[in-house]
Design a protein around this ligand. Structure first.
Ligand code: BTN
Length: 370
């Protein structure tokens, strides 16, 4: 690997928050600045140690500023590890003139040599923003995989702890419920999976997708988007789908050992083929920021659910269920049934008021609504 002539290094200066309390202080991602080291030297050391890349600091690198809602940071130069003469722009060329949040770096094409560095930066920036104790604590960012659920299941089978998270920029075989395919254009979706180990009876564990859906809807609402939960596992904005959830169990002879919670959120543009029923969040939301906000919300809901099942999330279920009180058509396994949605029961069943009385539907999906 050749360091190009700019050979710059990224570092983040300590900076106090502009908007929040001093509890929100930004430090060099990873935060291990040894005594007597400058942040730049710490960055060089860590990158050498962790990535085995031979880089050197650029004394007079550009300083770029970017204010996040919770803190401000300054960057002094950036890393450049592209091969000399590479046709792709280097990190430095992108960021020196026009600083963008870390997530946006992903929208550009970089030299292949920069890929490990970009993944590392992503992990560090994410880690520095995360306010959850478990979910998201062990992140793994991948450029591409078949499905983040595959990767998370593999890790779960190898004994990965609860909270392990796999995030991918693209999936070559992303899947949805009922054997469907999940499409997402590279750079447009937030695609990830958490490993959960709730240790609950299967009938309670089966309601985990609803917990994840509530967390996504609540997080989006906190960001000013009118999102709602559509039983059993979709988050809608208006009448179109912004997020899908696929939970898959890791089992052994002993039963359910873990559950992989796979979530796909349409942050940017949605593929044209599904635009009639899918919608992106719009507004240039930073995917890492969204993920860092979602992790603690899910964690809070998950803890309550583990202690008291869905009943412990009754207030959120009633507030975020966007179909309650509306005419719908539900397709369980057989013939579709028409009725008025009457909420979600504590065991996860959808209550449907039909001409012949109220039915509780445990499996299926809402296929039509007004
Ligand atoms: C659905 O709506 O049917 C569920 C879609 C779930 C998609 C996500 S994207 C991340 C994770 N990996 C997958 O292959 N699927 C889930």
């Amino acid at each position: 690997m050749i360091v190009n002539d700019a050979g710059a290094v990224l570092c983040v200066r300590r900076g106090a928050s502009k908007f929040a309390s001093t509890a929100h202080r930004w430090e060099f991602p990873g935060g291990k600045i040894e005594p007597g080291e400058t942040p730049a030297q710490a960055a060089v050391r860590e990158i050498r140690e962790e990535l085995g890349m031979d880089i050197r600091p650029l004394a007079d690198g550009p300083t770029v500023e970017h204010a996040y809602p919770e803190f401000s940071i300054s960057l002094h130069g950036v890393l450049c590890v592209a091969e000399e003469g590479s046709p792709e722009p280097t990190l430095r060329e992108h960021t020196a003139s026009d600083w963008c949040p870390p997530d946006a770096l992903w929208r550009h094409a970089f030299a292949a040599a920069d890929a490990p560095l970009l993944l590392w930066l992503k992990e560090r920036f994410f880690g520095a923003r995360l306010r959850a104790e478990t979910f998201g604590r062990f992140p793994c960012f991948l450029e591409s995989c078949t499905s983040t659920n595959d990767e998370a299941l593999r890790r779960a089978e190898a004994g990965a702890p609860e909270g392990t998270m796999v995030v991918a920029e693209r999936q070559t075989a992303g899947r949805g419920r009922l054997g469907r395919t999940w499409f997402s254009e590279p750079g447009q979706g937030l695609l990830f999976s958490w490993v959960a180990r709730p240790n609950l009876p299967p009938e309670t564990a089966a309601t985990l997708p609803l917990v994840a859906g509530l967390a996504v809807a609540q997080t989006l609402r906190a960001l000013g988007t009118e999102a709602g939960l559509k039983w059993p596992n979709d988050v809608l904005i208006g009448e179109r789908k912004a997020c899908g959830i696929l939970c898959e169990a890791q089992t052994s002879a002993r039963g359910i050992e873990g559950i992989v919670v796979g979530i796909g959120i349409n942050v940017g543009a949605v593929p044209e083929a599904v635009a009639y029923r899918a919608v992106g969040l719009g507004g240039g939301l930073d995917r890492l920021e969204l993920l860092a906000r979602l992790c603690p919300v899910f964690e809070g809901f998950y803890r309550r659910w583990r202690a008291g099942g869905l009943a412990a999330l009754r207030a959120e279920l009633d507030a975020l269920d966007c179909k309650c009180g509306r005419p719908i058509v539900v397709k369980p396994s057989g013939t579709p049934i028409e009725g008025i949605a009457r909420g979600i029961r504590d065991d996860g069943a959808l209550l449907l008021e039909t001409a012949s009385g109220t039915e509780a539907i445990l499996c299926g999906e809402i296929v039509q609504w007004d």
